[in-house]
Design a protein around this ligand. Sequence first.
Ligand code: ATP
Ligand code: MG
Length: 484
Amino acid sequence: MTKGKKKKARKAKRHVLVPEPAAHVAQPQPAAAPAPARLGIMGGTFDPVHAGHLACARAAAQQLQLDQVLFIPANIPVFKLDQPITPAKHRVALLKRALKDQPGFALDTCEIDRGGKTYTAETLRQLRERYPRTTQFVLITGADAALTLPQWKDAADIAYLAEIAAVARPGSPVDQSSEDYQALMAQFSVHWVDVETPDISSSQVRSMAAAGQRLDGVVPAQALRYLVKKGLYGATAACFPPEGEGGEGQPASDQPALSPHDPAADPLSLAFYKHIKAQMKSRVDERRFRHIQGVAKTAKRIAKVYGVDPAKARLAGMLHDWDKNFDDQGIRARADQVGLDVEPLVRESMPQTLHGMTAAKALPRDYPCIPADVLQAVSHHTTACTNMSDLDMVVFVADCLEPSRHFERCDELRAMVGNVELEELFFQVLGYWITLIIGRGRTMHPSTVETWNHYALRRSTRRRREREEQGLPPVQINPCAVSE
Ligand code: ATP
Ligand code: MG
């Protein structure tokens, strides 16, 4: 490969994020895929990407024999200068997730990397540099966008550099026989792609998100998870498929006899548990789900040891991180949504500690059958409180001791299960947890500090009384010896 060609290949590699950009290598290497003969270019604001975009590109790819389609998000779309646009990093993150499982589709960030106002003619010139002459470009546009082509900067150049595809768009007054389309044809050589794409736009998605409407099937699943996590467009967990309506991973069989949303459903049945587990799986990533499964199992085991209801412990363990899928901004929005009164300090500097409390507030709305003590254990597992029930302690301890956690004192603390009272086990685990927070220089929730003082005082009072009962003198602490 010549120096110039190597430079071009490197340049191509920098822009295309998904999948690997082997197609841009000018001189194919033995293992590399050949440059595409026909390359689709799907520009847009993608604020956010939705099912209509994917359907539009897929139809063009099929009907116009495209080998690959590049999705190129605009940096500053010149036709939308009067409206706020979501930062590029979010639009890119959403697209990246939406294209993950789409064969033949790839993300290209050249317009964002270039910066400034986005002009398609410039993009095509840049791509022309990166691809061999044998690659024919096909610019994919929805019918509405196609009609505006004559107003695009250097429109004649665009027509020279690429074939144009106009994809039918529901609600658009343009079709193949319309006058507008005929006028367009006179100026550009346009392929009409006849297809029924979903009747949806990014503007609609933004409004739906703000109104807390469901977006499953409208925004691709992985992208939707990100959108909700970041609270983009005001999206909340309400935009997810409602629990119980066949969310990802939910087995078709094993449905509880009653709907899990029925107040009379049995929350401690295996069927209910399996339903919740399937829902949980679709809410969090794999690593988090492994942890949650570990907590559920460990909570059940510890509950049996201390005479606590194991079915409740398992359910609370499975539910404890129900709201763990939000980032800081998202969990604050969630707290507002469920009507949680949050102290400013917590809201600002430790919003993640809210996830137990928000879950406990949100869950009964969808699952009125969940017992109050299970919800309380979910609520208390993050910060703890001064009136921990046995079930609360079991879940708190299981969260720390479940098998996927590895830390210095884990063997020592795990060995205490069954060998010390439950309150002592909780106290030791809480102490370890607090040391960890202090060691990391983190802020501590006021409730955790209060809990520590409360249980430390109870413990020392109990010990003093025990010594008195045994006729032993109180323990004397010699401060000089401590400092020696
Ligand atoms: P907005 O409402 O913010 O304008 P949008 O849904 O139109 O968003 P854009 O990013 O503006 O999305 O569109 C990118 C390209 O995708 C355009 O060419 C547009 O015509 C096309 N497109 C968008 N949605 C559809 C759809 N449902 N069917 C066909 N084409 C579509
Ligand atoms: Mg549009």
